[in-house]
Design a protein around this ligand. Sequence first.
Ligand SMILES: C[S@@+](CC[C@H](N)C(=O)[O-])C[C@H]1O[C@@H](n2cnc3c(N)ncnc32)[C@H](O)[C@@H]1O
Ligand SMILES: [Zn+2]
Length: 304
Amino acid sequence: MIIERPFSGPWKEIKRQVDALAVKERSYRPPHFEMATSLARAPLIVSRFILLTALFEDLDHQLAKKALGLPEEGFEKNPPAEIKERLKGVKILDPFAGGGSIPLEAIRLGADAVAIDYNPVQWLALKTIEIIQRRRDLINVKVWEELKKRYRRGFGADMKALCNDPQVDKAGVLLKEACRIAKELEEELAQYYPPYDGDEVAHYLWVKQVRCPKCGAWVPLVLDYGLDSKRGVYWRPVYKDGDYEVEITNEDIEGTIREGDGKCPKCGAAISNSYIREKIKGNDRLVLVITKDKKIKSFTPQDR
Ligand SMILES: C[S@@+](CC[C@H](N)C(=O)[O-])C[C@H]1O[C@@H](n2cnc3c(N)ncnc32)[C@H](O)[C@@H]1O
Ligand SMILES: [Zn+2]
């Protein structure tokens, strides 16, 4: 297999271009990344490279370049017919398929793929790849791409707004069903995520904490207080007697945990790892919420 030998000659340059495209792919997320966010997912270009080099003993590097869409297109380019012809009837088994980059690329290269994963979320993502492959009529990719652009939020989408968009009717039955499931889930789970101070909540920030063995104050156990390092937004505890209130600040103060040991931000006492392990259970505290419109609101103890 080409990939098991040190890369030499033109393969060195191919590998360099694959690496560059992999970095690019990570930054703009190919369409199937939207189905389920899996941070361990292999880039499609890397999966295709692994498959090609594993399956062809005699792969000519010019053909490899074409099949990999080098130097610029990468996964956006469909592999040439010649490759598909040669891989007809070949079966690929991926027993830890995760987000499905390998089986997806195997299918695109013209092979058959069997994908296994014991995580039900990953299973669903894999099943979607399988269904879409057989039933293109289930989704109108153009409409879906438009909706995705409009309603993407972070790793997911604002499903409520997306599903209320009249364009959903044109996006195909798959999205219609996704909206039905999203609505059912919201009805079932909304009670656990109530609005805070009149605003819908997007994120909850909980901390684990212990009481300082010296001064008795509650110590949030955090590596740092960062909320948005790009905008320089942090939180910090402001002590009133033994408890603290949460303040939002632009100052990046030192966290309370380093290599498993703690330090009380109130009196500076060291807190040993064994003490933390013994006392950590059952003291979790919700310190703040981030609302859907990105307001950061500290959560005061009376609210608990
Ligand atoms: C690193 S991920 C695979 C990523 C994948 N190559 C991709 O590009 O998306 C490993 C996957 O193996 C799955 N897994 C771990 N142990 C497993 C087992 N015993 N049986 C099935 N799946 C398993 C995990 O659920 C996880 O999704
Ligand atoms: Zn203390």
